[in-house]
Ligand binder design. Sequence first.
Ligand SMILES: Cc1cc2nc3c(=O)[nH]c(=O)nc-3n(C[C@H](O)[C@H](O)[C@H](O)COP(=O)(O)O)c2cc1C
Length: 166
Amino acid sequence: MKIIGINLSNNPESINLKLLNKVCDNIKAEVVDFSLIDFPMFKAGEKAPKNLIDLCEKIKSADKIIFSSPEYNGSYSGFGKNVIDWISTQGKHDGVKKITPLSGKNVFMMSASPGVLGGVRCLPLLQILLLELGCVINGSFATTGGYNDKFDYTNVFKLTQDFKNR
Ligand SMILES: Cc1cc2nc3c(=O)[nH]c(=O)nc-3n(C[C@H](O)[C@H](O)[C@H](O)COP(=O)(O)O)c2cc1C
């Protein structure tokens, strides 16, 4: 069983990265940290960068994926949309539907935010995007009451352990 965690923030101080690191450490999953990867803005017609090819190979080799997404203005990040747009270019159409590196991947989504709503508004929008790329969504988790250094990981550890065992 291979699980990878992908953070849809490129901020090295990202609280979603902190959340993802804790969760992935707990279930022994690998983390993709975009603050360490130089990822260009998508431009139609441009050759896919090596970083994207490597990322897609990693995604294809995984059984399950955890996405952690920041919430900006009630939605997922522009950075995250850019990454997902790039991933979609590495797919093909089988005449009926789009097949992408994310097709058929079991996905768990989560979001950390300092706000009281805990990033809960971005996850339904992210779900629509991930379904478009063929993901199978297995549930969602949003932090509520504010994410900070004293955050209690009990529930998110339980949810992600369940996701791993499913
Ligand atoms: C432009 C901007 C818009 C934001 N909009 C929201 C929002 O709609 N909801 C929310 O909970 N937090 C919002 N925030 C606060 C982010 O949740 C916070 O900056 C968080 O640390 C971002 O995640 P990251 O640290 O993983 O990058 C916003 C922050 C910025 C800079």
